[in-house]
Design a protein around this ligand. Structure first.
Ligand SMILES: Nc1ncnc2c1ncn2[C@@H]1O[C@H](COP(=O)(O)OP(=O)(O)OP(=O)(O)O)[C@@H](O)[C@H]1O
Ligand SMILES: [Mg+2]
Length: 249
């Protein structure tokens, strides 16, 4: 069975769960950013990279943030993903204000609420597929056997069952990205946050990842995807543009 067929099977299994979501719950805002500003200090100079960014994302949305190189996309992604903090403004993630959170709290929020997908996969090269995928669950303190069991649905969903003992360098780029997506999803994060997820892939593998994102969104996953490529952004349900650190609809 290929990955997409497996996904369709899984989709049917989870359809019931999705219907049980209380009315209106899926419309809740998972991201609410107001007047976010961020500068980088370069010696005596200050580089104003994000300028009064306001952005909301509702549960179940698939948003693309589109912008040219240097426009501030990764800086914004780092803030959305709680890897960095803004200088000014308010950021509520799933109803919790992030601005005042301490580093330890940010680590916990990141692990619980965000599933990251990067352009270059960021897999641990000495770990096999299974060891990479269970990592977010181990970081939550789950035991290894339980984490492996809990990962099986996601591994099947992404068509990786036959590959769990492979190391990343024994996989194609598309397969490595599927491992990264499995790792991002395994902890059932509030948001799947992807920075140029197709940027390192050939055309077909890129299309496969975009189809996967579409299916994951159809299943109810909230996705924020960052890209410089309009043809990639078009796959999202909504596109906002960032130019020179400013957002326009
Ligand atoms: N750690 C940093 N220190 C200083 N300046 C930085 C830092 N990170 C990014 N910048 C600067 O901030 C601006 C925005 O960078 P950012 O990485 O957010 O852009 P981007 O839109 O992701 O670009 P790309 O598409 O090339 O990845 C750039 O001018 C960059 O040089
Ligand atoms: Mg970037």
């Amino acid at each position: 069975m290929d990955a997409l067929m497996e996904m369709e099977t899984w989709e049917k299994k989870t359809a019931l769960k999705a219907q049980e979501t209380p009315d209106g719950a899926e419309q809740a805002e998972v991201i609410r950013m107001q007047n976010i500003n961020k500068s980088y200090q370069m010696g005596a100079q200050s580089l104003h990279v994000l300028k009064d960014i306001s952005l909301t994302v509702k549960r179940g949305e698939y948003l693309a943030i589109l912008g040219p190189s240097g426009s501030g996309k990764s800086t914004l992604m780092n803030i959305i993903g709680c890897m960095d903090v803004m200088d000014e403004g308010s950021y509520q993630l799933d109803g919790v204000e992030i601005g005042h959170a301490k580093e330890k709290e940010l680590v916990r929020i990141r692990n619980q609420k965000i599933g990251f997908v990067f352009q270059k996969y960021h897999l641990i090269p000495t770990y096999n597929v299974l060891q990479n995928i269970v990592m977010p669950l181990l970081m939550r303190g789950m035991g290894l056997r339980e984490a492996e069991r809990a990962s099986m649905d996601t591994i099947e969903l992404l068509g990786l069952k036959e590959r769990i003992r492979h190391k990343p360098n024994e996989l194609s780029g598309g397969q490595q990205q599927r491992v990264a997506i499995a790792r991002a999803l395994v902890g059932q994060p509030t948001i799947l946050l992807a920075d140029e997820p197709t940027g390192a892939l050939d055309g077909n593998s890129g299309k496969e990842v975009l189809k996967l994102f579409q299916n994951l969104n159809d299943m109810g996953n909230t996705i924020v995807m960052i890209t410089h490529d309009l043809n990639v952004a078009k796959h999202a349900g909504r596109v906002v543009q960032i130019v020179d650190g400013e957002i326009s609809a």
